[in-house]
Design a protein around this ligand. Structure first.
Ligand code: APR
Length: 258
C-alpha cells in the first residue's frame, strides 16, 4: 500500500480538472500500470516487467498451455498469490470514491481484483481474471484453491486441477495471446467509450489490440481522451491531454478536486 501523497502538492492540469468536472459519463481504461504502485509488476516496464523472465508465447498462449500446462498453471497461481498479498493503491481507492458520486465505468486489461477490493465496480475485465479459472474442455467455472497457493513460485510447475464435471484440465481465467476477448466484456467496453464524454487511459502501453483501439473509438465518438502515464506511449498521440503522472498520485489528486 503506497502512502497517499499529500494531494494538495500535486498539480492537476486545469484542462483535466475541467474535463472531469464537465463530464456526465466517464470511462477509465486501465492497464498494468494501475496496479504498479500496489507492487504488481507490469508486463513491459524493462527493469521489472513480468515478461522479462518469461516469453509470453510460452506462458500466455494456447500453444504454451498445450506444451506445458503445469508450468503455465504454476505461473498463474504465482501471479494470483502476488495479487492476494497486495493491497489496492490510492488510485484504485480514488476511482471507487469517484464512482460513488459520478457515472464512472472502469474497463480494465488487468486480471487482478484490486479495483474490486478497493470497492469499485468493474464494467469489464476484457482480458479475463486470475480468479476465474475454468475447465479447458467443458468451460465450467472453477474455484482457485487458496491453501495450495501460498508456496507457489513463478517458475514452479504445478499440475492444474481436474474438472469435477468432465475430468478435463482447469485452465487460468486470463485471455491468452491469439484468443478472442469475451464478447460481452468487449461489447461493454466499446459501448461505454462510445457513450463517454471523458475517457481516462491509465497505466497502459497501448500495444495490445483490440483494447488499445478504444481511445481512438472514444475520440471518434466525441469524447475527450486523457492519458495518465509517467511516460510516452502508443496511446499518447491519441490523447487530448497527456498527464505525466502515476495512477496512485494522479487519480487521488484529480478526484479530490471534483
Ligand atoms: N502509474 C501509471 N502508469 C504506470 C505506472 C504507474 N505507477 N507504472 C508504469 N506505468 C505504465 C508504463 O509506463 C506502461 O506504459 O503502465 C504501462 C504498462 O504497460 P504494460 O506493461 O505493457 O501493460 P499493459 O499495457 O496493461 O499490457 C496490456 O498485454 O501482456 C498483455 O494481457 C496483457 O493486459 C496485458 C496487455
Amino acid at each position: 500500500m503506497t502512502h497517499p501523497q499529500d494531494q494538495s502538492s500535486v498539480v492537476v492540469p486545469e484542462p483535466v480538472v475541467d474535463a472531469a468536472r464537465g463530464a456526465s459519463r466517464i470511462v477509465v481504461l486501465t492497464g498494468a500500470g494501475m496496479s504498479a504502485e500496489s507492487g504488481i509488476a507490469t508486463f513491459r516496464d524493462a527493469r521489472t516487467g513480468l515478461w522479462k523472465d518469461f516469453d509470453p508465447k510460452d506462458l500466455a498462449s494456447p500453444e504454451g498451455w498445450q506444451a506445458d500446462s503445469d508450468l503455465v498453471w504454476g505461473w498463474y497461481r504465482w501471479r494470483a498469490e502476488l495479487v492476494r498479498r497486495s493491497e489496492p493503491n490510492a488510485g484504485h481507492i480514488a476511482l471507487a470514491r469517484w464512482q460513488e458520486r459520478a457515472h464512472v465505468d472502469i474497463a480494465t486489461q488487468n486480471v487482478d481484483d484490486l479495483h474490486e477490493r478497493a470497492g469499485a465496480t468493474v464494467l469489464s475485465h476484457v482480458h479475463g481474471s486470475l480468479f476465474e479459472p475454468y475447465c479447458s474442455d467443458c468451460g465450467v467455472r472453477a474455484q482457485l484453491d487458496d491453501a495450495a497457493m501460498s508456496e507457489a513460485e513463478a517458475d514452479q510447475r504445478v499440475p492444474p486441477p481436474e474438472c469435477p464435471v468432465c475430468g478435463g484440465l482447469i485452465r487460468p481465467g486470463a485471455v491468452w495471446f491469439g484468443e478472442s476477448l469475451p464478447e460481452d466484456a468487449w461489447a461493454a467496453a466499446e459501448d461505454a467509450v462510445r457513450a463517454a464524454d471523458l475517457v481516462l487511459v491509465v497505466g497502459t502501453s497501448g500495444v495490445v489490440y483490440p483494447f488499445a483501439g478504444l481511445p481512438a473509438i472514444a475520440r471518434s465518438a466525441g469524447a475527450t481522451v486523457v492519458e495518465i502515464n509517467p511516460v510516452e506511449t502508443e496511446v499518447s498521440d491519441m490523447a487530448d491531454y497527456r498527464w505525466r503522472a502515476t495512477a496512485a498520485v494522479g487519480l487521488p489528486a484529480l478526484v479530490a478536486q471534483l
